[in-house]
Write a protein that binds this ligand. Structure first.
Ligand SMILES: Nc1nc2c(ncn2[C@@H]2O[C@H](COP(=O)(O)OP(=O)(O)OP(=O)(O)O)[C@@H](O)[C@H]2O)c(=O)[nH]1
Ligand SMILES: [Mg+2]
Length: 438
């Protein structure tokens, strides 16, 4: 399958000024010649008339580039056609490519080939997937760093240190009598591993921020029925996403909205008002509301009456927000509105609330200065490596064979990060999320 020549539309779907089609595999040269009439000089663009090889009919006039293996994105012979983005033009180009012996690519197949051919490591592939999915400025920056191989470079440095330690242990296992000073190699191993463990721990300390930046900070709007939760969501979204009525128990389903708050990705969730209910649909809605609140980074507890926030709403932070401040008589505002009082009706303090949410989100993603860990898979590998090294450092007097075993485990965990070992399991998961043509 990896010897097939594959093609795909690489640019977005639908009518456009220009569409890019990409082609990779052993038949690339022949196919480019048959469609463009010539093979451009490597890595430079040539203007050509694209023809259907079956009929010789002109399809369009455009640019074509050719990147001979191994200096290409996929590491194979690789070409790109830039044609006009009309539906009929693109359809004719797809027909011409399909008729020339190339087959349509699977989602992520170009990147999969880049990985197999050693052009990218697994963490870079993940970074590239995140870059394509990035919706906010901070997500884009973090994904760009990942796709540039920052994780792989650091993992390689740590692996080098682990290899040095493992050579010392191997010498002790093979030639125990040759050691000049007993215990010297154990001490040296500790010296080598201590900074590696410190580095892993420092990264683990920022892991949650990195994962949150990738996945979004979750803010749940909860509270009693009729508090004005959906009205606030609509005000923040500047459109009617949630149904609002004067009747308690309006919202049942979970409504999720994605926001960009100053570069931070935020998922805002409107939920069913919490109360005792006998209505089956509402009960399910309330259950879901409780689950969402439990898992939230922040809960805005909206209430019209100044009831205290019930305990156990969430594992994260809760902010009480007093709603419908426009209904509070001026004279009573002083005593009633000590904390955050908003009115979706007049817009009072909505800007203050947004600013506070933005500050919260920024803190939650570590100010955008995230470390190396961007997803659970990375965190698990870091945790496994760190605990193996901690076992060695806790008991450096243990027999060298046991220390070597933990060292191997740590090395294996670091290798998994970049996919040097054990990649196949992870590949399917990652590539299934790629778009076709990437
Ligand atoms: N005067 C005033 N009325 C408001 C304000 N916010 C919401 N309301 C009204 O309060 C009623 C309930 O609003 P919703 O947004 O549906 O309340 P909810 O908390 O989503 O209610 P449930 O979905 O039933 O839990 C509606 O009639 C809104 O127009 C406000 O700031 N001022
Ligand atoms: Mg509602």
């Amino acid at each position: 399958m990896d010897h097939d020549t594959i093609f795909a539309i690489a640019s977005g779907a639908g009518r456009a000024a220009i569409t890019v089609l990409r082609l990779s595999g052993p038949a690339t040269r022949v196919i480019v010649e048959s469609i463009a009439g010539k093979l451009p000089a490597p890595r430079s663009a040539a203007l050509a008339t694209f023809r259907d090889p079956a009929t010789g009919d002109a399809i369009d006039k455009g640019l074509v580039t050719f990147f001979p293996a191994p200096k290409s994105f996929t590491g194979e012979d690789y070409a790109e056609f830039f044609c006009h983005g009309g539906r009929a033009v693109v359809a004719a180009m797809v027909k011409a490519l399909g008729g020339s012996g190339a087959r349509p690519a699977e989602p992520g197949e170009f990147t999969r080939r880049a990985l197999i051919n050693g052009k990218m490591d697994l963490a870079e592939v993940e970074g590239l997937a995140d870059l394509i999915d990035a919706e906010t400025e901070w997500q884009r920056r973090a994904a760009l760093r990942q796709s540039d191989g920052v994780l792989g470079r650091q993992a390689a440095i740590w692996r080098g240190a682990l290899l040095e330690a493992s050579a010392l242990l191997a010498a002790e296992i093979d030639f125990p009598e040759e050691e000049d000073v007993p215990g010297a190699s154990g001490r040296r191993v500790c010296e080598i591993l201590t900074p590696v463990l410190a580095g892993l721990k420092a990264e683990l300390a920022t892991a949650r921020a990195g994962e949150r930046l990738r996945e979004g900070v979750t803010i749940v709007i909860a509270g009693p029925p009729n508090a004005g939760k959906s009205t606030l969501v609509n005000a923040l979204a500047h459109r009617d996403v949630a149904i609002v009525t004067p009747f308690a128990g309006t919202t049942r389903d979970i409504i999720e909205l994605h926001f960009d708050l100053g570069g931070c990705p935020v998922t805002l969730i409107d939920t069913a008002g919490l109360r005792e209910s006998t209505d089956a649909a509402e009960q399910i809605g309330i259950l879901r509301a409780r689950e969402k609140a439990q898992a939230a980074d922040l809960v805005l507890w909206l209430s019209e009456a100044r009831d205290p926030v019930p305990s156990g709403v969430t594992g994260g932070e809760v902010w009480p927000v007093f709603t419908k401040s426009d209904l509070v008589p001026e004279g009573k505002k002083q005593s009633l509105c000590q904390d955050l009082c908003i009115s979706a009706e007049t817009g009072e303090n909505i800007d203050v609330l947004i600013k506070r949410m933005e500050d919260f989100a920024r803190d939650a993603v570590g100010g955008g200065h995230t470390g190396l860990i961007a997803r659970e898979r990375h965190r698990k590998s870091f945790e496994a490596a760190a605990s193996a090294l901690a076992r060695i450092l806790d008991n450096p007097e243990a027999p060298a064979e046991l220390l070597a075993e933990d060292l191997r485990a740590a090395m294996f965990s670091l290798q998994r990060l970049t996919g040097v070992v054990d990649v196949e399991d992870i590949l399917g998961e990652i590539f299934s999320r790629f778009c076709i043509g990437k």
